[in-house]
Design a protein around this ligand. Structure first.
Ligand SMILES: NC(=O)c1ccc[n+]([C@@H]2O[C@H](COP(=O)([O-])OP(=O)(O)OC[C@H]3O[C@@H](n4cnc5c(N)ncnc54)[C@H](O)[C@@H]3O)[C@@H](O)[C@H]2O)c1
Length: 246
């Protein structure tokens, strides 16, 4: 129970990696505010955490809205009195080659992946500064190194690395760490929808020659928010079976 007494916010935790992370952190004793714009998904995660003996609350804030994010943080403060951990996990893609990419697809991906992480970081910052401590983990992707057809996502996920560097530097003096997890190919239901040829090609590009598991990502996040990482900040860890991207 490495996180006994800690309160965590995980965005997009009705999705695959966020749900796995909520369950893993709760297993270590953390109370979890499960955010997802799709309330029913957040509620499903809450039910799973509770079934495993943990404590969780659902929240349906759209993380691209500063007002909704403010209310989400208020919900944690009013319910549990402090916020120790923020996992900026919500994210998604809208792929296309640059020549065909709409402005709307660019803005949507940048807003969700990058601006949403900034807004959540900004909203927890005053509380963590006042508490003189906190842990923030941002989800990037190995795609931050570059990928064809993903200029918006690549830019957002490199931006996440920049946000980690900048906020980690700014917050270090307050005992707040900011780190980043960049997953490679992970075996989620979404990965199962890839056609066989694409999946096989991606597996061949992975030195370990297999996909990672959701728990591999959850464990990397757990490390960053646990006491074992108390002197670690501004780091990006690739959880990718050795794949280093382009
Ligand atoms: N799954 C992978 O293999 C993989 C690889 C690299 C990086 N990542 C990153 O990890 C993170 C999680 O990925 P995932 O595969 O679990 O995704 P997912 O699509 O399963 O889950 C994301 C969740 O975020 C929610 N969401 C979308 N917009 C939102 C908003 N505006 N406000 C709040 N919630 C919102 C969705 O409803 C969804 O439940 C993402 O940032 C993704 O880019 C995933």
């Amino acid at each position: 129970m490495r996180l006994q007494g800690k309160n965590a916010i995980i965005t997009g935790a009705g999705g695959d990696l966020g749900r796995g992370t909520a369950l893993r952190l709760a297993e270590e004793g953390a109370r979890v505010l499960v955010n997802d714009i799709k309330l029913e998904r957040a509620e499903e995660t809450v039910a799973l955490v509770e079934k495993a003996g943990g404590e969780a609350l659902a929240n349906a804030a759209d993380i691209t809205s500063a007002e909704a994010v403010g209310e989400m943080v208020d919900q944690v403060m009013e319910s549990w009195g402090r916020v120790d951990i923020l996992v900026n996990n919500a994210g998604d893609i809208r792929d296309s080659l640059i020549a065909k990419m709409s402005e709307e697809a660019w803005d949507w991906v940048l807003d969700l992946n990058l601006k949403g992480s900034f807004l959540c970081t900004r909203a927890v910052a005053p509380h963590m500064i006042e508490q003189s401590g906190g842990r923030i983990v941002n989800l990037s992707s190995l795609a931050y190194k570059g990928n064809i057809g993903q200029a918006n996502y690549v830019s957002a996920k490199s931006g996440i690395v920049g946000l980690t560097q900048a906020s980690g530097l700014e917050f270090a003096r307050y005992g707040i760490s900011v780190n980043c997890v960049a997953p490679g190919l992970i075996d989620t239901p979404k990965a199962q929808t890839l056609d066989d040829a694409t999946r096989e090609r991606l597996v061949r590009m992975t030195p370990m020659r297999r996909m990672g598991e959701i728990v591999d990502i959850a464990n990397a996040i757990l490390f960053f928010v646990s006491d074992e990482a108390k002197y670690v900040t501004r780091q990006v860890i690739h959880v990718s079976g050795g794949m280093e991207g382009f």
